[in-house]
Design a protein around this ligand. Structure first.
Ligand code: ADP
Ligand code: MG
Length: 600
């Protein structure tokens, strides 16, 4: 007796629905994508009870005639591709011809649609995959799809749904994705009779971001615009250095207009931000890749959430470069703004004990012509040389002459708070500098420069030391020998699995070279950035610098502070330490005025 049977169309659709329609948010995704593909200018989404009770999507797109409307509910019926070769260059969001029949098979479904010139439209009612009614309908041109009681006929699936709130949030996220991907389309979103979103059509991504998340976020973003090659263009908005979140919710990528998840792109972001990103944080990105459709395969996942790049390396490199360039481009504006001349009238005067005791400080009081530092003068070293000698080692590495710009007069150092935060005034208001983070950034860039150029200065060990390593670590050292040497670590093989170490970077302050090496290996072996030797070197510096930088509460002398600020401003990425923490915080006069109730 034969046991194999063809599944009925309805059951087959329900099987397919398992992949396409995972949850209410997938219904919204598929319907909105259809509306976008139909050329809609405006899309209205309405949900009830997390979309489980109702999802309704209304568009003003092309609409369908009666025959197409009926066909659209058949499996594998699509107007978007015709032959297998079309799969090689997909320009629409849909192409699988699965969404409508899948949704219709797991809900009480209603489709009404009308082409612009048609006198009448069509209305089709489907129940759990069975067409129940087809009649003329009189709606406005465009298409309206309703799915009620999702999974009412698949109790097993229904059980997997989360709370209404969670499902609603997933839907909202999905709508955000579509809205960001298509700023030229107006969107509204109504949840349980409450209007959540009302987004007018706009020409620019920036406006859409502002309408969704407010000006505050927009102001913290940088523009990316990179024509990487004839095959890849990257544009969009990304968070400035140090602007990040604890979740990936705002780390969005679009490939040819389609929101996707991509480990390749996530890794590229990380690499692009590198030291501008705090550990465990995700950058905020709204990044749009335009790629030759033939160079990307979207037919990977039934929900079309993932893509495969034909040449992932070139995509990765292009993204890394575009991020780095955007971060770089911001530097000069930032420095200029930072150094802008202090306001003529409202400048801070240095607080001498005399003023403090008199208790009154007129705002118009003339700025003292010379700045009297509220710090003891350096006891050692000649202050006129500008490099204070200190045993806390800020000047352990004399900075290159070119990093000294002599702009000291454009901001004023007020004092140091809690032996850690340097208080300064600039045109924008109050600036707080974390002296430890600042020092780390300076040392990091200095060491990186040396590593790239002549190598880090080394210090010979009094007694060279040998040590043994397990074979895998041996292999790691052998592969990275040259970069270790550039880093100032004098290491060579001394037998199988044995190494000799006879010098260490001069800046390093360790009494136990072998333990230091073990830590370097442990830290770096696990590092994801082992892709290039330079990267590895950077990683290594970032990890060692921290231990060497000025301790949080080392008191610095005035000249040291001044130099620290100068050197920081001359850095490539002054806004954050090598671990992505901010080095400086600006508090504007407006913010202060608000706090003091002078302004609302
Ligand atoms: P796909 O989008 O992969 O082609 P769907 O099942 O989502 O498959 O839709 C089937 C077809 O129905 C589409 O190819 C399209 O021609 C038509 N269609 C679906 N939704 C709409 C809509 N909102 N407006 C106009 N046509 C639509
Ligand atoms: Mg579709």
């Amino acid at each position: 007796m034969s046991r194999i049977r063809l599944l009925s169309e309805t059951v087959a659709s329900q099987v397919a629905a398992g992949e396409v329609v995972e949850r209410p948010a997938s219904v919204v995704k598929e319907l909105v994508e259809n509306s976008i593909d139909a050329g809609a200018r405006k899309i209205d989404i309405l949900i009830r009870r997390g979309g489980i009770s109702l999802v309704r999507v209304i568009d003003d797109g092309s609409g369908m005639d009666r025959d197409d409307a009926l066909l659209s509910l058949e499996r594998h019926a699509t107007s978007k591709i015709r032959s297998a070769s079309d799969l090689e260059a997909i320009g629409t969001l849909g192409f699988r011809g699965e969404a409508l029949p899948s949704i219709a098979s797991v809900s009480r479904f209603r489709l009404t649609t009308r082409e612009a010139e048609a006198v009448a439209g069509t209305e089709i009612l489907v129940n759990g995959g069975k067409i129940e009614t087809v009649r003329e309908g009189g709606e406005a041109p465009g298409t309206q799809v309703e799915a009620r009681s999702l999974f009412y006929n698949l109790p097993a699936r229904r059980k997997f749904l989360r709370s209404e709130n969670t499902e609603s949030r997933n839907i909202e996220h999905q709508i955000h994705l579509q809205a960001i991907g298509h700023p030229q389309i107006a969107f509204t979103f109504v949840r349980d009779e409450r209007t959540v979103l009302q987004l007018p059509a706009t020409a620019s991504l920036g406006h859409r971001i502002r309408d969704l998340f407010g000006n505050e976020l927009l102001e913290r973003l940088l523009e990316v615009n990179e024509e990487a090659s004839s095959a890849i263009a990257i544009r969009g908005l990304i968070g400035r250095a140090g602007v990040s979140r604890q979740t990936r919710d705002q780390q969005l990528f679009f490939v040819n207009g389609r929101a996707i998840e991509s480990p390749v792109l996530s890794a590229a972001l990380r690499e692009g931000y590198h030291t501008a990103l705090m550990k465990g944080q995700y950058p905020i990105t709204f990044l749009f890749l335009e790629i030759d459709p033939a160079a990307v395969d979207v037919n990977v996942h039934p929900a079309k959430r993932e893509v495969r790049f034909r040449d992932p390396n070139s995509v990765r490199e292009a993204v890394v470069r575009s991020i780095q360039r955007a971060l770089d481009s911001n530097r000069e504006t930032w420095q200029e703004q930072f150094r802008g001349p202090a306001p003529a009238a409202g400048g801070t005067t240095s607080v001498s004990s005399e003023l403090v005791s008199s208790g009154i400080e007129g705002r118009d009081r003339a700025r003292p012509s010379t700045f009297a530092p509220p710090f003891p003068a350096p006891v050692t070293g000649d202050p006129t040389l500008g490099t204070a000698v200190s045993d806390h080692g800020y000047s352990a590495l004399p900075a290159d002459a070119s990093t000294r710009t002599g702009n000291a007069q454009q901001f004023q150092i007020i004092g140091v708070l809690n032996k850690l935060y340097i208080l300064m005034e600039n045109a924008g208001g109050l600036v707080l500098v974390d002296q430890h983070a600042a020092h780390e950034r300076i040392l990091f860039e200095e060491l990186r420069r040396r590593m790239e150029e002549q190598g880090v200065p080394t210090q010979r060990l009094l007694i060279p030391q040998t040590f043994d390593l397990p074979p895998r670590d041996t292999d790691w050292i052998e592969r990275n020998m040259s970069i270790l040497q550039k880093m100032g670590i004098g290491i060579e093989a001394f037998g199988p699995n044995t190494f000799k170490i006879d010098s260490l970077p001069a800046f390093l302050n360790t009494s136990d070279p072998v333990r230091f090496m073990q830590r370097v290996i442990d830290d770096l072996k696990s590092s994801s950035a082992s892709s290039s030797p330079m990267r590895l070197g950077e990683e290594m510096i970032a990890k060692t610098v921290c231990r060497h930088a000025v301790k949080a509460n080392d008191p610095l002398r005035f000249l040291e502070i001044e130099k620290l600020i100068q050197d920081l401003l001359a850095c490539d990425l002054p806004y954050c330490c090598p671990h992505g923490r901010p080095t400086m915080i600006q508090i504007s006069l407006t913010e202060l005025e608000k706090k003091f109730g002078r302004k609302v």
